[in-house]
Design a protein around this ligand. Structure first.
Ligand code: ATP
Length: 911
């Protein structure tokens, strides 16, 4: 009962539960056939049913986000202070306090919104894909384009993109934890089940959101979007991830403790000012409010969040997409990068170069996938016709193969596995026509390639009867062969010869594949156990070139300079892996271990082995997990790449799991902290560099904010403690905080990478938020600020200036000192006194311009003079203020130089 195209599907009700109907009936009911839907029909259905997406969780409304900005201890303190100021009829003070509150909230609101938006935009960069058959062609589409009736293909690691009624399955096992909570994978098949079967027992269905753990399958879409089982249980897409990382949470906690401490200190100061020093009630109160505002680092967590968000954006621009925010911090501490080889360190653009058979070796010219170039013997002239054993080997290579070659403009491209594409190109160079060969011998059955068993087998029916062709890793296929094809027919296998040939090809970095043939197993079906028992005939070995990526060579060198180890973990042959590792500069003579070696090691032996070994070859996903654990046990922070469904445990275990965006399965991407949009090793290194930059910037933000706020606070404390006149009024302190915290502190979140960032060893994971060095810096800089403020104040008074003018000078001096200190802290690891350091970045210059404008306004605008109690200053006064700023910069740089000298001296002695 095929349905006329374009009929509204909603009008067709299933005659029973999908899982209880025969799949043929389901397909017919939905108007789907073996070729799937047509594109035109799919478009009509998409318009009718809408995109295959779960409803989005409603984002927090803007007014709530704005309100949340006021939920902050400091704001409560300030609001209380404003109320008291009003009660005391200090209207100007109350207005300034309220202005500070509003400016703070507005900035927090805008910046947090921007950070959230930029993180959401990232999420859209990793959209799930689905494989479908439409018009008889296999396509990869965004999962959101699926419609009921679409024929979807499932492979290991896929996330099932919609609710499917299975029509075919082969060893298909699906993990349905997302839906049923059951973490063990269950077997699935096309046979209908009882109508009353519960969700977990509907083995004929593959439900949206579940994960393909193994095997392959095909099914017709019966429900999309909110109509799926997952949609029905009310699952929403959670769009807003928490913006908090461990470091920011730590900072939040610290800020809260500091606030409490400052409030206690303020209470004590109030008592001293009022009871001992003869301040009036209102005056003492305002002084204490000024102290509290100066000392509480309220804006710090917000600025840190912004620094992280900027880091995430910069990483995305370098093709590294962060899926979990804490990874931004962890990346900066990475000490070992474990990476696979094919496609990450190499280009994954394969060219089949040589074919070795028992009748000699032939080579193919040309590069890329263009089926153009000669195919000729290594030595001697080519005979009139291609010898039969070569023809048979090439046939095996093109039939045991799922790839297609196509042309876009001048370029030849592969649709499918590049290695299989290279086999097609080689066959074409030898004069075979892959399309015609495939038509003449249609495929009847297959055992798909799996990294675990390392071969692929197909059953074809050709003119000369049925045949099974195999291709796979040489040592694996040699186990399955007992004969070899010679010029005069089949003869016993000379395994030693073939192992030698495989090593010879691999030694130059070529990837080696073996090709074989066998009679179909009894019974006709291609079952794994029968093929695994052996009895095949080896046809030959193919050597494929897959050159290292040039940028990977540079990135490996960068890693070594940055004290980061690079370890190659590959499924490829040990000799090939070692050759490529040497070409990449991983080590001059890389030490190699294979998965088999690892299997024989206990944890103690493994711990020693991971210290020295650069290359692990012929590994399984389980080996990856053991290697991550062993490296972590040495206290290293480990980044690990992966793409398959079986890599998920290792990716989760690693400190930074890195999934491949192009080759990777959904399962790997979901387990990973970071996804590489271009699968390129160099992008991991770029992300590490940005990770180090972000961490530095966080430290700069902290290193600037804490000393400047404690410097201001100390100035007030000292004045009250010693009974001096206040060198700045509380309202002026509020002003300084409002202006500088916004315009200056924030600029540090935008700092670019410092020179030498990748020449330092990685930071220890255990490094505290406030290392002793930073504590010392806070003390040193606070004292400089106090000295500067009082220095200017007494100097002005000494020259007979009135107190308002003297205070105006102090306010300006505080801001100028903050500016100069900002320039110093921009370079934590080196001197700021370079051209680059002095010129600054656009962010810094913009912040600086805003601050200068604000200070001129407060000093020279009559209205501001009235409001803030300031007075215009002379040029000479201005010059004196700049001198104080320069002195602070000089003293900070001198301290850095002494510290560096002490450090290198200590290192020299230790050395
Ligand atoms: P890496 O782990 O660095 O990506 P790899 O691609 O060689 O390296 P696997 O995909 O695990 O790792 O492949 C392991 C081996 O299996 C290969 O070296 C090759 O000999 C064989 N092999 C890979 N793909 C196929 C395939 N499609 N058909 C047959 N054999 C294959």
């Amino acid at each position: 009962m095929a349905r006329p195209p374009g009929t509204r599907l909603a009008e067709i009700r299933p005659p029973g539960p999908w899982h209880a109907l025969p799949h043929e009936q389901v397909a017919a009911h939905l108007g789907s056939g073996p070729d799937g839907l047509s594109d035109a029909e799919a478009a009509v259905r998409l318009a009718h049913h809408g995109a295959n997406r779960l409803p989005e969780g409603r984002p927090r409304p803007a007014w709530l986000r704005l309100l949340a900005q006021f939920h902050n201890l400091l704001i409560y303190v300030l609001l209380g202070a404003a109320a008291i100021a009003l009660a005391l009829h200090e209207f100007v003070d109350a207005a300034v306090i309220l202005a500070v509150v509003l400016v703070n909230a507005a900035i927090g609101f805008v910046q947090e919104g921007r950070a959230e938006r930029s993180l959401n935009a990232l999420r859209e960069m990793v959209t799930p894909q689905a494989s479908v058959r439409r018009d008889g062609r296999r396509l990869t589409l965004p999962a959101s384009d699926l419609v009921p009736g679409d024929l979807v293909l499932l492979d290991p690691g896929d996330r099932v993109p919609a609710d499917l009624r299975l029509t075919r399955s082969r060893g298909l096992r699906i993990q349905e934890a997302a839906l049923t909570g059951e973490s063990a994978a269950v077997e699935k098949g096309a046979a209908p089940v009882a109508a009353e079967a519960l969700l977990g027992d509907r083995s004929a269905m593959a439900h949206s959101g579940t994960l393909v753990a193994a095997g392959q399958g095909q099914g017709v879409v019966v429900a999309t979007g909110a109509a799926t089982e997952l949609g029905r249980v009310g699952t929403m897409l959670h769009r807003v991830e928490s913006l908090k990382t461990p470091l920011i949470r730590q900072m939040d906690g610290l800020a809260r403790q500091l606030t409490l401490f400052v409030l206690l200190l303020a209470a004590a100061t109030f008592a001293i000012a009022f009871l001992l020093r003869g301040y009036g009630l209102a005056e003492a109160f305002m002084a204490v409010v000024g102290l509290a505002v100066a000392a509480i680092p309220e804006g710090l967590p917000a600025v840190m969040t912004i620094a992280l968000a900027i880091g995430v954006q910069r990483m995305a621009a370098r093709h590294a997409i962060i899926r979990r925010l804490p990874a931004v911090e962890t990346l900066g501490a990475v000490g070992v990068i474990c990476t696979d080889k094919t496609g990450t360190l190499t280009r994954n653009e394969m060219t089949a170069r040589s074919l070795v058979t028992a009748a000699g070796e032939w080579v193919a010219d040309g590069a890329g996938y263009a089926p153009e170039g000669a195919f000729r013997p290594v030595s001697g002239d080519p005979p009139a016709a291609l010898p039969p054993v070569f023809r048979r080997a090439l046939q095996a290579g093109l039939l045991c193969n799922d790839a297609r070659l196509g042309r876009r403009g001048e370029d030849w491209l592969v649709d499918g596995d590049p290695m299989e594409g290279a086999l097609l190109a080689m066959a074409a160079k030898a004069g075979l026509d892959p399309a015609a060969e495939r038509l003449a011998a249609p495929r009847r059955d297959e055992i798909p390639f799996d990294a675990q068993h390392r071969f692929m087998a197909v059953l074809h029916h050709g003119g000369s009867g049925p045949s099974v062709f195999l291709k796979g890793a040489p040592e694996r296929l040699l186990e399955l062969c007992d004969r070899e094809r010679g010029p005069e027919g089949d003869r016993p296998l000379d395994a030693a010869f073939w192992h030698g040939e495989a090593e010879r090809l691999a030694a130059s970095g070529q990837r080696v594949l073996a090709l074989a043939e066998r009679a179909p197993p009894a019974g006709g079906a291609l079952d794994f156990a029968a093929v695994d028992r052996g009895g095949a005939v080896l046809l030959g070995l193919v050597g494929l070139i897959d050159p290292p990526r040039p940028e990977a060579v540079a990135a490996v060198a960068d890693c070594h300079a940055a004290g980061i180890r690079v370890v190659m973990i590959t499924g490829d042959h040990a000799v090939t892996a070692a050759a490529i590792a040497a070409q990449l500069g991983l080590a001059p003579a890389p030490l190699v271990l294979t998965g088999r070696d690892l299997a024989g090691m206990d944890d103690a032996a493994l711990a020693t082995a991971v210290r020295e070994t650069d290359v692990f070859a012929r590994t399984t996903p389980e080996d990856k997990l053991r290697l991550v654990a062993a490296l972590q046990a040495q206290g290293r922070t480990v980044a690990m790449t992966g793409d398959g469904v079986n890599d998920a445990p290792a990716l989760k275990r690693a400190d930074v799991g890195v999934a491949m965006g192009l080759r990777g399965t959904e399962a790997a991407k979901e387990a990973a902290e970071m996804v590489l949009a271009d699968d390129n090793f160099a992008s991991i290194v770029a992300a590490v560099r940005e990770g180090r930059t972000v961490y530095d910037n966080l430290r700069k933000v902290i290193g600037w904010t804490l000393p400047t706020s404690s410097g201001e606070a100390l100035t007030i404390l000292v004045a009250i403690g010693f009974g001096f006149a206040l060198p700045v009024t509380p309202v002026q302190i509020l002003w300084v905080n409002m202006i500088t915290a916004v315009a200056l502190g924030l600029t540090l979140a935008f700092e670019p990478t410092e020179p030498g960032t990748m020449a330092r060893p990685p930071r220890a994971r255990s490094e505290p938020l406030l290392p002793p060095l930073l504590l010392w810096q806070i003390a040193y800089v606070s004292l400089l600020f106090v000295a500067g403020a009082f220095g200017i104040f007494f100097w002005a008074e000494g020259r007979g200036l009135d107190i308002d003018t003297a205070r105006t000078m102090v306010v300006n001096a505080l801001v100028v000192m903050e500016v100069f200190y900002l320039f110093s802290i921009r370079y934590v690891h080196g001197t700021a006194l370079t051209l680059r350091g002095v010129v600054g970045t656009p962010a810094v210059l913009l912040g600086l311009a805003a601050v200068v404008a604000a200070q001129f306004a407060m000093t020279y605008l009559p209205a501001m003079n009235l409001l803030l109690g300031t007075r215009p200053l002379s040029l000479a006064d201005g010059a004196a203020i700049i001198v104080v700023g320069v002195a602070v910069l000089g003293l900070c740089e001198a301290e850095k130089a002494v510290r560096r000298g002490l450090l290198s001296g200590a290192r020299g002695r230790a050395g």
